[in-house]
Design a protein around this ligand. Structure first.
Ligand code: PLP
Length: 242
């Protein structure tokens, strides 16, 4: 007997495998699964996958490009209206141009990639126009060799943190990083967690540490991450490499 796998089966299997990795890493680090939020990164995948994820209990999804994210969230909200429930939260993770910030501030439930005061100001104006308060994370860059990368260098954190915290329409959630490609992620995640402790001395509510992708979630959990951003390990390979 050969039952073809449905997309739902595939996603359920990827999710179960990922949850096993998370459970093993929590056990090894002496941490509880409750301390972690799993964000499934749905970029390049259709809104129907986000809908299936919600059925399987995943309520936080990540997107890295506008307008792909907006189109998908519009489609998802229509599906949710049909079911009569709306549970999914959208995390925006990508590099963001100032002129797209207002649109993102309307549909994103958290922006992980704030890396300059100008962007924070644009997000604040968008959030104000939409009548909401937008939680923001500061993206930290540890790769000094590649100036094109998103993220602020560690010495830039305090100024940006104060700008976000001072805005009536933004709230400062914490820090995020993407480990530099091809390097051991452990020292970078440990550095991020130390920076998070420094940040919390000034901003006690900024408790989020967003770190860990499919390739390095164990290192992130060991270091003390609170939010994991996992794409391929749950949803399989993307058509493109981003
Ligand atoms: C794509 C992406 C992820 C997820 O990467 P995977 O390797 O698929 O787990 C996490 N964070 C950001 C910022 C991303 O762009």
């Amino acid at each position: 007997m050969n039952h073809p796998m449905t997309r739902r089966d595939e996603i359920a299997a990827g999710l179960a495998e990922t949850e096993q990795r998370i459970a093993a890493a929590c056990e090894a680090a002496g941490r509880s699964r409750d301390e972690l939020t799993l964000i499934v990164v749905t970029k390049t995948h259709p809104a129907s996958d986000v809908d299936l994820l919600a059925e399987l209990g995943v309520t936080d999804v990540g997107e890295n490009r506008h307008p792909e994210a907006q189109l998908k969230m519009d489609e998802l909200r229509a599906m949710e209206a049909d079911h009569g429930v709306s549970l999914t939260r959208c995390h925006f993770l990508g590099g963001l141009q100032t002129n797209k910030a207002a649109a993102v501030a309307r549909y994103a439930d958290m922006v992980h990639s704030v890396d300059r005061v100008k962007l924070a100001n644009s997000l604040a104006r968008g959030a104000e126009a939409a009548g909401r308060t937008l939680p923001c994370l500061i993206q930290v860059d540890f790769d000094a060799t590649d100036p094109g990368r998103s993220g602020v260098i560690p010495t830039g954190i305090p100024e940006l943190a104060d700008a976000i915290a001072a805005s009536e329409h933004l709230s400062l959630g914490g820090l995020m990083t993407v480990a530099p490609l091809g390097e051991d992620p452990v020292p970078h995640f440990e550095h991020l967690v130390r920076l998070s402790a420094e940040l919390r001395a000034e901003h006690p509510d900024a408790t989020i540490v967003s770190a860990g992708m499919s390739a390095d979630l164990e290192a992130a959990i060991a270091a003390g991450a609170t939010h994991l951003r996992i794409g391929r390990s749950v949803l399989g390979l993307r058509a493109s490499t981003r």
